[in-house]
Design a protein around this ligand. Structure first.
Ligand code: GLP
Length: 251
């Protein structure tokens, strides 16, 4: 696991976009696994800038998003489909048919989930997976639980996640209680993983991911077993870890 600590959110975005753009340049028809949330916004801003100013070409790229709320239409402002259009997909030259997000309005959740896994597998798996991390150590919407779940599946969101994500909705009651999330298999099978985290609210989760036991109660801890993972954090997200002590003690 490689850990890169930078000054602030903007620098996290620049570093993550640098790694993603390198993948696109090396493999123009790559499959990218993408994340939502506040953290990746600076990454997407930087990728859009690279598209506009440096000609970064998305025309052969395919994207697969990690998750979607159940019950929200793709044009609902809080849906992850809407978020992705708003922050990246409508702003670069990616083909609509190459972008994939689980359908939150499906009437057949099981079928939608297995079809999503099959689509990723049929395309040869993900070349790079971008991840954020929840305060409780979740990745995608793989919430803390008794076991790691391999497949794309329906999940009941934890109270902590509902509370954390309520900032995007008018009130906590409006936050959907369930979601579809890709499982640990497509994430762990990705050729490369880039995990980004910013702010002190993520420090405990980052610490548990880096140093904790590998347990399903901290889903991100499984990432310790991935051979090609880069964790990009700002100082606040690393606060309190022994890595931060050794990095910053000389200043
Ligand atoms: C959400 C998403 C995750 C995201 C996490 C952190 O619930 N499902 O993919 O990584 O929460 O979000 P944020 O970056 O807004 O803190």
């Amino acid at each position: 696991m490689k850990v890169i600590c930078v000054e602030n959110e903007a620098a996290v975005g620049k570093e993550a976009a640098r790694l993603i753009s390198a993948m696109i340049r090396l493999k123009p028809d790559c499959n990218l696994g993408l994340a939502t949330g506040t953290t990746p916004m600076t990454t997407y801003n930087e990728l859009v800038r690279m598209y506009k100013e440096e000609g970064l070409d998305f025309s052969k790229v395919s994207t697969f998003n990690l998750d979607e709320y159940i019950g929200l239409d793709a044009d609902h402002p809080q849906s992850y489909a809407y978020f992705m259009d708003e922050h990246l997909l409508s702003k670069v030259n990616i083909k609509k048919e190459n972008t994939h997000i689980p359908n939150g309005k499906t009437l057949r959740v099981d079928r939608t989930c297995s079809a999503y896994d099959k689509k990723i597998e049929d395309r040869g798996g993900l070349d790079l997976q971008l991840l954020g991390i929840g305060r409780n150590g979740h990745i995608g919407f793989n919430e803390p639980g008794d076991k790691f779940v391999a497949e794309t599946h329906q999940i009941n969101l934890t109270d902590d996640t509902i509370e954390a994500n309520s900032r995007f909705f008018e009130c906590e009651e409006d936050v959907p209680r369930t979601a579809i999330t890709t499982g640990m298999r497509s994430i762990m099978h990705a050729g490369r993983i880039v995990l980004i985290a910013t702010g002190e609210s993520k420090a405990d989760a980052v610490h548990a991911m880096l140093y904790g036991e590998i347990i399903p109660q901290v889903p991100a801890s499984l990432l310790q077993l991935h051979p090609e993972i880069t964790v990009i954090v700002d100082r606040a997200a690393l606060a309190g870890s022994s890595l931060a002590d050794s990095l910053f003690s000389a200043e």
